[in-house]
Write a protein that binds this ligand. Structure first.
Ligand SMILES: Cc1cc2nc3c(=O)[nH]c(=O)nc-3n(C[C@H](O)[C@H](O)[C@H](O)COP(=O)(O)OP(=O)(O)OC[C@H]3O[C@@H](n4cnc5c(N)ncnc54)[C@H](O)[C@@H]3O)c2cc1C
Length: 457
């Protein structure tokens, strides 16, 4: 039997207690606005999940982000000492690309750029003309079209395709540059070139510049989540809130949910949804179906992450960030991260921690396989590609994400316009999260700050 509890009031209801929702709570606390985060799972954090087992510290979701926005370093400064930013060890900065049966480093200097076997001689010469090539005029141009036009096919195949796989688990043939890589798009539009534009932008920019360093959190990403919850206060974060529905009311929104078998109602002047595209329809059934259709058709790449821990690493030293596999190489994995090479305390001394990614838009059918079939694939691929003499990992964990990373494809413009129209039609309603403004952790923090500044008490 459902028991009705007393009605609560708040300035802002935040639906979803992942990084976006909790960062938003942090900024609202700074602005002294009242808020409640409503999270359906028993623990906040969303896809961020850290585990500690047998001397390994490993992530089930994201491992690292790129700082990329000033808000990220500022957030960590504000949260210190509740949690501490960890910058990836620069000694393991090298990124590897799989080509013709071996790992090749992505060139980091002019000599390597000339000698690397990753790109064709024709494209190496052609790249010299990149600053002089004409600016593109099609705002819906895909990443693949843009890269071929400006840099050449071998750069698409052996730099951009694996890079897109590493970030989006996606396909450069369907991602639209303007939405998927907006900074790259702007470089061409504003300066006419990637190479010249990057240089000119740097020299013209005044004031602090966001770092491009790779970050995690000392001891695991969930320390960031715990710090955000601690600042919010436990009473402002409701976990295990099922059957959440939002209904517009006079002067705001009523949020109905069930917690411990008790029906709850929260009245909020404003409501911010941070949930994925496909989940909004059920959460907000009052929204017009035609507009919802433009949002909930957002495609998410499915991803499986397999974490492998070795107490004694039997392979060559892992002095790199990780390796990515181009589609053209037709392997069954997307790439391998080496977290113990660039983050402290992730594996016992002399051991190693690897994260192997499988599936994505390239091989979505992999998610239909059983755990043991996926582990067989990972074993074969990792043993061959890392040239391991034997296979005896001390830790094997598998994490499935049927809807991991949103794909900002040709439907993006329609989706973004629908979001704007809905937000105008329903004042005080905000539809955010990874349905817009970037897929990375840093994007989520920057978005939370932007939205917090729009909300009122
Ligand atoms: C496997 C994987 C690897 C990744 N790797 C990287 C990486 O290397 N670098 C990087 O920067 N980013 C990476 N990302 C992306 C990054 O993790 C996300 O951008 C970020 O964590 C998303 O945070 P969020 O709060 O927007 O969404 P989520 O973490 O999805 O949180 C949304 C929350 O809403 C809750 N919710 C949903 N529906 C309801 C409802 N009806 N009622 C109440 N609550 C609800 C969910 O339970 C969830 O907790 C990765 C993501 C995945 C899945």
């Amino acid at each position: 039997m459902l028991i009705m509890n007393k009605i609560k009031h708040t300035d802002v209801a935040i639906i979803g207690g992942g990084l976006t929702g909790l960062s938003l709570g942090f900024y609202l606390r700074q602005r002294r606005l009242s808020f409640m985060v409503i999270e359906k799972e028993d623990h906040p954090g969303g896809v961020i999940k850290t585990f500690r087992e047998s001397g390994f510290v490993f992530e089930g979701g994201p491992n690292t982000g790129v700082i990329g926005h000033l808000e990220v370093s500022a957030l960590f400064d504000d949260l210190y000492p509740l949690c501490e930013l960890e910058i990836a060890n620069p000694k393991a900065r090298k990124r590897l690309i799989w080509k013709a049966g071996r790992w090749e480093p992505i060139p980091s200097g002019i000599v390597q750029a000339v000698t690397t076997p990753l790109f064709s001689l024709k494209d190496k010469i052609r790249i010299l003309g990149e600053p002089f090539r004409r600016r593109g005029s099609d705002p819906m141009e895909t990443v693949a079209q843009l890269v071929i036009r400006r840099m050449g096919k071998s750069f698409l195949d052996y730099a951009v395709d694996p890079f897109i796989s590493g970030i989006y688990a996606g396909d450069p043939e369907s991602l639209v540059t303007k939405y998927a890589l907006p900074k790259l798009y702007r470089l061409e539009q504003d300066y006419g070139s990637f190479i010249g534009g990057a240089w000119k932008k740097r020299s013209r920019e005044k004031g602090p510049r966001p770092s491009r360093e790779v970050f995690s959190v000392k001891g695991g990403l969930d320390n960031l989540i715990n710090a955000l919850v601690a600042v919010a206060g436990n009473q402002s974060v409701v976990s295990g809130a099922s059957a959440c529905r939002v209904i517009p009311t006079e002067g705001g929104y009523a949020i109905h949910y069930t917690k411990n078998g008790q029906s709850q109602v929260l009245h909020a002047k404003q409501v911010v949804s941070t949930v994925g595209g496909g989940l909004i329809r059920q959460l907000m059934p009052f929204l017009p179906a035609d507009e919802l259709q433009r949002i909930d058709t957002l495609t998410y790449a499915p991803v499986v992450q397999v974490v492998l821990g070795f107490k004694r690493w039997p392979g060559k030293p892992l002095n790199a960030f990780g390796g990515l596999v181009p589609s053209r190489e037709h392997r069954k994995i997307l790439g391998i991260l080496f977290p113990s090479a660039f983050l402290s305390g992730r594996a016992p001394e002399g051991g190693a921690l690897l994260s192997v990614f499988v599936g994505g838009m390239r091989n979505p059918d992999m998610l239909a396989l059983s755990d043991s079939a996926i582990l067989d694939v990972v074993k074969t691929e990792v043993q061959q590609m890392m040239k391991l003499p034997a296979w005896d990992p001390d830790l094997v964990k598998l994490f499935r994400y049927p809807a991991a990373i949103p794909q900002y494809d040709a439907e993006s413009m329609d989706r973004l316009k629908a979001i704007v129209r809905l937000q105008m039609k329903y004042p005080g309603l905000y539809l955010v999260g990874n349905i817009q403004e970037g897929i990375g952790m840093a994007d989520r923090i920057a978005q939370a700050k932007r939205i917090a500044d729009l909300l009122n008490g």
